[in-house]
Design a protein around this ligand. Structure first.
Ligand SMILES: [Ca+2]
Ligand SMILES: [Ca+2]
Length: 941
């Protein structure tokens, strides 16, 4: 292949310039949320097809966003509000004069409404995976959260909750509460409540009623049954990321109100910066001045759209370039698999092919049976043309012609464009494509396709894939397997369990084991593909010992495929396949296994793979992510391997981790991450992720770490404790995971430019340390963190540089001039290893005199970076903090704790009785009040 160098990128640039010249409005078609004139346009809220029809959901969503818009406008000091919202109704609901869907789909939504199936009950949740100041993936609400007014007492009004979640999603700020660490010891050695701002007030409540805080904290551990109950009336106005439910809270914590000491995710991930400071750095804030005038913005407007019939057209390149490297054969094999297994029942499918001009091969045909599928397969192209020219526009135009026959519109249709060529004239049909309301998924073959091809996918919100010219690459099937209907209905989707390809010598075998777990098994298909005229010998062994042979498979000689559909539900367990190459020459043998959910209620484990960005400049790394879940439960301890295939050269394998270090932001949230930077060549790279989970290790998390909205247990109002209903906690059924599971998914493609040819100097520094922690033990401070590597998160760095300061601002702004900690004995370990380092912060203990009158907080702030063998330095780590304060008046911690213990014993006997009487009275009263209110049908608050 020829190095395209920057050609692809320049092509893209030209294309984008062209788009901008066309009209800025057109650009919005493919993009997600846009901020214009202080208003957000194009927010998509989608309801999952599993949610039963309920018109109140739509009403309540509208009310929520309308309230949120004004609350947000005020909280951002008149900077932003919500202008246009789209609500996507599933096709499963009754048709009701909704607008027709265009490129919107559940998969692309900013906000999803679906049942939680989790221990977190109805907690609103935002999937954040990219760290401080970066956009998240989606906000999730349960239908119950949107419908059940009783929850408002605990979460606050829905509009306020929406703003809390929006800040997570849009600006990458994190929670300022921490259910796991509700208390901490502050710089003055006092026990404090994790909160922002510190001005929010409340009292400790033991099991038996209000009590001094000492009764709740024993040996620095929070006593079970104790809670801190906030006053319902407050003067504090911050913060929304802490407790949006308090009526006084109308702001985000800023530099002056932010509580840096609180052990919460905001401080950990954003290096002790306030939410407002992070927001102020966002493009939204930098790019917009406060709304002019003094009046309020208009209330948001809503469009309710409904997903219609699924209409797909395959738009397939048959130019002479498709004859190279078995491209046509691989296309036939993958398209057959798509038609037989992937595309959902009741979909309408048409087929078009093109070289210099387009041709309709099959008009739309609805899939109601396997015979319909087979009929469509028979229309797949069988030969390539003599013409080398490719006109993608002609192909797409024919595609639109096909889908229009259904109801005169191309809206909501899907084009699956497969091409190995290029079209310098894509611009000619750009307007048609943009205005079609169709989504173009592109699958690009080989290395001669033009660089801007994927822009068609980009602007229509489609997926993009790359298939290298390698006989043993399964990327084409993986791409087709990834193109689901986008409805979000896991129970209808095909789930890929295996994808394997190998060059096998004559009379050698390809043998492997596929785990079929009990959450899948329906419609299970084993597909074998070969390269030459001679099929391999196939033996498939099911978990009961039954053997399937070649004669059990359906053979398609022309496409060189053999498939076996397991009747009923495939037996869970290990399926072992053996392919023997009986042909006299080596050939590539490939296997794909896919299945469907076995139950209509238990969601199967899924993996979604994606990259942080579509394209990168060398040497900037790409972060690879895999979201591994069962329903909404993160799956822990899975072996997650990414395979990255460049245009030429061998694929690179990378193990992804969910350890909250390196590229991974939050530990145990089911998002597995890793840096990828081994760029061998310029051009496109294809990503695929394998997940294996063995039955012996604990599978699903019992809670979901990350960004929720706080559910307040109760309030103090008029001196009374008013407890809210306990938060719903759904116990997960511990179904036996006897077999573990395996999953495969394509993560699409990305492109790389600027890779130097030939040897080049080291340009990869160690990655930033994101999990630095500091604790004080006796006089010493112990730091811990995960070791970065010589290159990002790989290999072994050469040295560390640790610096400290008693001023946060100065270490953040001027790390180089902070005080260097002597760490000459510290040698970095292999990337991923947990490091510990203890030092005596003498300078601060002896060098600084305590202020005579006011007892200054002797807090130190520590940050560090790693240095590699070429003196390349990592970015400065997160800032860890520790208090050095030893109060001269307070007894040593141990003595104090034993005093507390004594106190507790006495208090329990003396105060307990009094508390019991008071609280019983309160509770009886409250229960009666509540019962009265429930009778009257009113809300708790
Ligand atoms: Ca993670
Ligand atoms: Ca390096």
């Amino acid at each position: 292949m020829t190095h395209r160098d920057n050609a692809g990128f320049v092509g893209s640039l030209k294309f984008v310039t062209f788009l901008v010249a066309l009209s800025p409005v057109l650009l919005l078609l493919g993009a997600r949320v846009q901020l214009q004139d202080n208003g957000y346009d194009g927010i998509l809220i989608a309801i999952n097809p599993q949610v039963p029809e309920n018109q109140n959901l739509i009403t309540n969503i509208k009310e929520m966003i309308t309230e949120a818009s004004f609350y947000l406008f005020n909280a951002t000091k008149r900077r932003v509000f919500f202008r246009n919202i789209q609500i996507l109704i599933p096709a499963t609901w009754n048709a009701n004069n909704y607008s027709k869907v265009k490129q919107e789909s559940y998969e692309k939504a900013d906000v999803i409404v679906t049942d939680w199936n989790g221990v977190q009950g109805d907690d609103p949740y935002t999937l954040q995976y990219r760290g401080c100041g970066k956009e998240g993936r989606y906000i999730h609400f349960t239908p119950n959260f949107l419908l059940n007014d009783d929850l408002i007492a605990g979460y606050g009004s829905r509009g306020r909750v929406f703003v809390h979640e929006w800040a997570h999603l849009r600006w990458g700020v994190f929670d300022e509460y921490n259910n796991d660490k509700p208390f901490y010891i502050n710089g003055q050695n006092q026990i404090k409540v994790t909160r922002c701002s510190s001005d929010i007030t409340g009292i400790f409540v033991c099991e038996k009623g209000p009590c001094p805080q000492e009764n709740c904290i024993i040996s620095k551990l929070f006593k079970e049954g104790c809670v801190f109950i906030y006053n319902s009336t407050q003067n504090a106005t911050a913060s929304i990321m802490f407790m949006q439910s308090l009526s006084s809270v109308v702001e985000f914590c800023n530099a002056s109100t932010h509580n840096q000491e609180a052990p919460n995710l905001q401080n950990q991930i954003c290096s002790l910066r306030s939410a407002w400071d992070v927001m102020a750095d966002s493009a939204d804030f930098k790019g917009s001045l406060p709304w002019k005038g003094s009046e309020l913005p208009p209330p948001p407007t809503f469009t309710v759209t409904q997903a219609g019939d699924k209409v797909v057209c395959l738009v397939l390149d048959v130019s002479s370039k498709m004859a190279e490297a078995d491209r046509l054969l691989r296309l036939q094999q993958a398209a057959e698999f798509y038609l037989m297994q992937i595309v959902e029942i009741h979909s309408f499918v048409g087929i078009v092919n093109f070289d210099g001009k387009g041709e309709i091969r099959a008009q739309l045909h609805q899939i109601n049976s396997d015979d319909d599928r087979k009929l469509l397969v028979s229309y797949l192209p069988t030969t390539v043309s003599a013409e080398a020219e490719t006109s993608i526009c002609s192909g797409l135009k024919k595609g639109f012609e096909v889908v229009e026959k259904l109801n005169g519109k191309t809206y909501g249709s899907v084009m699956i464009l497969v091409t190995s060529g290029g079209d310098e004239h894509i611009g000619n049909c750009l307007l048609t494509v943009l205005s079609s309301g169709s989504t173009v998924h592109s699958i690009v073959l080989g290395s001669s396709a033009v660089g801007n091809l994927e822009e068609l996918s980009h602007v229509t919100g489609g997926l993009k894939f790359y298939v290298p010219d390698k006989s043993n690459s399964n990327s084409m099937i993986d791409a087709f397997s990834r193109i689901s209907s986008g409805t979000g209905d896991l129970f209808q989707q095909s789930i890929q369990l295996e994808s394997m390809g190998e060059n096998v010598s004559p009379y050698h075998q390809l043998k492997n084991t596929v785990t079929v777990d009990n959450s899948v098994g329906n419609n299970t298909i084993f597909l074998v593909m070969w390269q030459t005229s001679g099929p391999p010998e196939i033996v498939l062994l099911d978990p009961t010992g039954r053997k399937y042979y070649m004669n059990n498979f359906i053979i398609n000689v022309a496409f060189r495929t053999a498939s076996l559909l397991i009747p009923g539900t495939a037996k869970p367990g290990h399926w072992i396949y053996t392919l023997n190459n009986t042909h006299h020459s080596p050939q590539a043998l490939k296997v794909t296994v896919a299945s469907h959910a076995s139950s209509s209620t238990v969601p199967p484990a899924t993996v979604e793979a994606f990259v942080e960005r579509d394209s990168t400049y060398f040497p900037h790394p790409v972060i690879i992510y895999a979201n591994v879940k069962r329903g909404f439960y993160p799956i822990l301890n899975a072996t997650v391997t990414a395979m990255v295939e460049p245009e030429i050269g061998d694929p690179v394998m990378l193990k992804l981790s969910d350890d909250g270090a390196g590229a991974d932001v939050i530990k145990n949230d089911g998002i597995y991450s890793r840096y990828f930077f081994s760029f061998a060549v310029n051009g496109r790279y294809s990503l695929k992720v394998h997940v294996n989970h063995s039955p012996s290790v604990s599978a699903v998390a019992h809670s979901v770490p990350g960004s929720h909205a706080m559910y307040v247990p109760g309030y103090i109002a008029n001196g009374n404790i008013q407890m809210n209903a306990p938060r719903k906690s759904v116990r997960r059924s511990e179904e036996e995971q006897k077999w573990g599971f395996s999953r495969v998914s394509s993560g699409g493609s990305f492109s790389v430019v600027g890779v130097p040819t030939g040897p080049h100097p080291d340009v990869f520094p160690p990655c930033k340390i994101v999990d630095l922690k500091a604790v004080k033990m006796e006089e010493e401070v112990t730091l811990s963190w995960t070791a970065p590597g010589e290159d990002f998160d790989q290999g072994q760095a050469t040295s560390y540089e640790i610096r400290m300061s008693n001023n946060l601002q100065s270490i953040q702004d001027d790390f180089n001039n902070a005080i260097l900690v002597n760490m000459s004995k510290l040698k970095p370990q292999q990337a991923g290893t947990r490091e510990m380092f203890t030092f005596l912060p003498k300078l601060f203990l002896n060098g600084l005199e305590p202020d005579g009158e006011t007892q200054e907080s002797h807090r130190i702030y520590v940050a560090m970076r790693a240095v590699d063998k070429n003196s390349l330095k990592s970015a400065v780590s997160n800032v860890a903090q520790v208090s050095l304060f030893i109060s001269p008046n307070s007894a040593p911690v141990l003595g104090r704790d034993s005093l507390i213990m004594k106190g507790v014993l006495i208090a329990i006997s003396l105060i307990g009785i009094i508390c019991l009487i008071i609280v019983t009275a309160h509770y009886t009263l409250n229960r009666k009040k509540r019962a009265d209110k429930e009778e009257n049908g009113t809300k708790l608050l």
